[in-house]
Write a protein that binds this ligand. Structure first.
Ligand code: BGC
Length: 250
């Protein structure tokens, strides 16, 4: 089995990737990042993914994350990217752009989740585990005894009549200039709602804010489940993308 596979993470502002060492669950080389084109159309983004892959002279399987629902390589939603993605066969498009290399595409939070469950904060954890990525939107990865239920999309639950990610994401905090206390109250209400639906044993909170857990974790209240920050932080998506590409080779 190949021990290195290329992983690429498509985000709203940057497209970043690196070959991943799957024995260590870490990047094998320093990651390369290009700015996400605006508008982030499928063709524009595909060109950037190819640029990142070629930067490493990589040929072979590639795993790619996408910030929306992905079923069998087809991107189905586009809450924070160009609507042109809806219904696009992203795996086929990217594979064409990469001269026929096999490409596996999956949801960005699902990718971060499988990486955390194998190498990070969810390692060895059974029961129900939910990873939430807090950023421009809210992404989710739902696990039952270590198995992923893909495309759970818990960021779009309704909270006080709004899309939850519009109230409790980091973007909502920044746009509304909310204090950590106010934001933590909103996040608490959101976590309570998710807990009411799934009764998880563990929440793993990822995204850039997971680097500063002391700012908000102590302020979260009313949640029964254990809550921990993600361990792999920025690279979880890249690592998870490579893991998915490896699994697809079997
Ligand atoms: C999308 C999810 C994605 C999350 C984080 C949401 O708006 O619907 O698919 O995982 O943002 O990027």
């Amino acid at each position: 089995m190949q021990t290195q596979i290329m992983g690429v993470d498509i985000g709203g502002s940057g497209i970043k990737g690196a070959p991943v060492d799957l024995e260590r669950g870490d990047l094998a080389r320093e990651r390369h990042k290009v700015l996400t084109p605006q508008p982030a159309t499928p063709e524009g983004v595909a060109g950037c993914v190819a640029e990142v892959v070629r930067h490493f002279g990589w040929t072979g399987p590639v795993g790619v994350t996408f910030p929306g629902v992905v079923t069998h390589g087809v991107t189905r939603t586009a809450a924070n990217v160009d609507p042109g993605w809806v219904g696009t066969d992203a795996a086929a498009l990217l594979s064409r752009e990469l001269d026929g290399s096999p490409v596996t595409v999956l949801n960005d939070a699902d990718a971060a989740g499988i990486a955390e469950m194998t190498y990070g904060a969810g390692r060895g954890r059974g029961g129900t585990v939910i990873l939430l990525t807090l950023g421009t939107g809210i992404g989710s990865a739902l696990f039952t005894d270590g198995r992923l239920v893909s495309n759970s999309e818990l960021g779009h639950l309704e909270l006080k009549g709004h899309d939850a990610e519009k109230r409790a994401s980091v973007k909502a905090k920044d746009d509304g200039d909310l204090s950590w206390e106010r934001w933590a109250r909103r996040l608490s209400r959101y976590l309570e709602h998710v807990e009411m639906l799934f009764s998880p044993d563990l929440f793993i909170l990822g995204g850039g804010v997971s680097r500063r857990p002391e700012k908000f974790l102590p302020l979260i209240e009313g949640v029964r489940a254990e809550i921990v920050p993600a361990a792999l932080q920025n690279n979880a998506g890249i690592v998870g993308a490579a893991m998915a590409a490896q699994a697809a080779q079997r």
